[in-house]
Design a protein around this ligand. Structure first.
Ligand code: LLP
Length: 429
């Protein structure tokens, strides 16, 4: 989470706006996104990576938070866009993102999605496996086009993160195995295909990483792959995609990391290896998602029932929960919160913050100290909900998804409308 700012009324401020007024004006639950913060994070990436190295490119992993507004903001700041489905590509194009700056990921792209991406001239495919590579070859051929492809490989590195968000390990569902015969067969196919322009390799080790060791280990493996493939097959990679995964601070006491804590040592390793092995310096891509938007977002809820079980615990129920933030139930993710209308009060009351779903596991925060006088009708702000909240929201229990409000320099605007009950049945026949 970020530093807290409180105004004279004792209300929590966010991005220059009074959060209690935002809750009054737009209703709750409400996702609030600080556009200025997204811009700052993009600019930091520009300054410390894109402009620092002649061969550096960054694409925003839009799965973290994809709205048309966020697509426009990151594009305006000069980043490309990582997408994982036809739907994400469709939305990106509707937002006006340059198709040439779109990278298309995913481990099971459908023929329909591949066709749409080819017809839309997306800049890169990251092919995840042999089956998909053959599909891309076939569909590009039918369209008379050549698809620019990076091959995703599985470096076989374990990362220190929740196993559901770790992706680079040997038994991962993602990427091509580095076993020699398999990888050479696949690379050779891509080299020889008339419809594929093989650019290089991609790896992604996992998400919410606070240390760079897994990235560096994976990089070693993939640099050696580049060297071996050059000597075995005569293919020299012109592109190397290092994925995303740079972590953010969710709770007090956690560290903050900078993208350059990862990219500086990786770029040093790449240039050192390439010059000592006589390889061309590849174009390097990174794909940060959470690092850009995680702390750009908060969620505002209205407190409802408070249940005190004497000597045991106090439950504070809010008007959202696992449908707008499934991360605690999925990954045991932890969050900080504050009573936004009593942000200046002493926080001495320990409670569990729970949602409104018919599910005992619908606990947003297991244990947190909140304002002693917390009561029904208060506004509760949960921090660091910018990444993988709106994008993973569901309608469980027929609960409409919240609205998204973008704030910049204290000015708020509605970015995504709140769903209605009517919306919930609008596709039913
Ligand atoms: N590139 C690739 C190939 C990825 O698979 C991902 C994330 C990213 C980039 C961006 O990772 P980031 O920089 O945001 O860590 N739903 C989970 C996170 C899943 C991440 C999936 N892939 C969560 O809520 O923690």
């Amino acid at each position: 989470m970020r530093e807290i700012e409180i105004n004279r009324e004792g209300h929590l401020m966010f991005a220059g706006a009074d959060t209690v007024r935002l809750a009054e004006e737009y209703g709750t639950p409400l996702y609030v996104v600080d556009e200025g913060y997204i811009e700052e994070r993009c600019r930091e990436i520009k300054k410390t990576f894109i402009e620092k190295y002649p061969n550096a490119n960054a694409v925003y992993a839009s799965k973290a938070l994809q709205t048309l507004d966020v697509c426009r903001t990151v594009s305006r700041e000069g980043l490309g866009l990582d997408t994982v489905s036809g739907g994400e590509i469709y939305a990106a194009l509707k937002a006006g993102v340059d198709p040439g700056k779109i990278v298309f990921h995913g481990n099971n792209k459908t023929p329909e999605e591949i066709r749409f991406a080819i017809d839309s001239n997306v800049g890169r495919f990251v092919a995840d496996n042999e089956y998909e590579l053959h599909l891309i070859d076939k569909i590009a051929g039918e369209a008379g086009k050549k698809a620019a492809v990076q091959l995703r490989v599985t470096p076989g590195v374990d990362s220190h993160t929740h196993k559901f968000i770790s992706t680079g390990n040997i038994d991962s569902k993602f990427g091509i195995s580095l076993e020699k015969e398999t990888r050479n067969r696949i690379i050779k196919f891509a080299m020889e295909s008339e419809n594929i322009d093989l650019r290089g390799f991609h790896f992604h080790v996992g998400s919410q990483l606070m240390e760079n060791d897994s990235h560096l280990m994976a990089l070693d493996i993939v640099l050696n792959l580049i060297k071996d493939v050059k000597s075995e097959l005569g293919f020299e990679a012109g592109e190397l995609n290092l994925g995303g995964g740079f972590g953010v601070r969710y709770v007090d006491g956690e560290e903050t990391v900078k993208v350059m804590d990862f990219t500086d040592p990786m770029m040093e390793k790449i240039s050192g290896f390439c010059s000592s092995e006589g390889l061309i310096l590849p174009q390097v891509f990174i794909e940060p998602g959470r690092w850009i938007v995680g702390n750009a977002g908060i969620t505002l809820y209205t407190v409802g029932s408070i249940k005190e079980i004497p000597g045991i615990k106090t439950y504070v129920a809010v008007d959202g929960g696992m449908p707008d933030n499934p991360r605690p139930i999925l990954y045991q993710a932890e969050y900080e919160a504050v009573v936004a209308d009593k942000a200046g009060s002493a926080a001495g009351k320990t409670v569990s913050v729970v949602g409104k779903c018919c599910e005992s596991g619908d606990v947003l925060i297991e244990k947190i100290a909140v304002a002693d006088d917390i009561a029904g009708g208060d506004v509760l702000c949960v921090f660091t909900t910018g990444a993988y909240n709106y994008s993973m929201a569901s309608n469980y229990n027929r609960i409409p998804r919240p609205a998204v409000v973008m704030v910049k320099d204290g000015k708020a605007r509605l970015s995504v409308k709140r769903e209605t009950w009517e919306d919930l049945i609008s596709r039913e026949i």
